[in-house]
Design a binder for this molecule. Structure first.
Ligand SMILES: [Zn+2]
Length: 135
């Protein structure tokens, strides 16, 4: 499936928190940030970055409303803190299809998209896939 390695950014916005950022809470180091945060106003449409199949639509305590897309070849993307989603488990999505809207559900301090990319169950920097990687 050529063309699936390069993603479109799922939402336009400022990268507010990069992947791998070390976070501290009460002076103790917490897990490094597992995704890329893109700040955008609530209700901003989020587009599928590549073709795939929706595998999970859920509402989690920390991540809020969340959608997972399986792009094949071990490549899975996850979208968190959504205000709403417009897909269901089993839906086939095409690159550019609107899947959800930006929100602040779960433990979020303000509206943003928390975007995770995992490859064979390992979290990788989403910026790599949209040509925005900065070592
Ligand atoms: Zn985040």
């Amino acid at each position: 499936m050529p063309g699936n390695v390069l993603f479109e950014a799922p939402v336009k916005g400022r990268f507010s928190s990069p992947f791998g950022l070390k976070r501290f809470f009460n002076g103790e180091e917490r897990n490094a940030h597992s995704g890329l945060d893109i700040a955008a106003s609530a209700g901003t449409p989020i587009a599928a970055p590549a073709n795939g199949v929706v595998t999970i639509v859920a509402d989690y305590f920390f991540n809020g409303k969340t959608v997972f897309i399986d792009h094949g070849q071990g490549l899975v993307t996850m979208y968190c803190h959504l205000s709403s989603s417009s897909v269901a488990v089993g839906d086939t999505v095409k690159r550019g299809d609107i899947i959800a809207k930006v929100g602040a559900t779960g433990r979020a301090t303000g509206p943003h998209l928390h975007w995770n990319v995992s490859l064979n169950n390992t979290r990788v920097d989403p910026a790599i896939f949209i040509g925005a990687f900065q070592p």
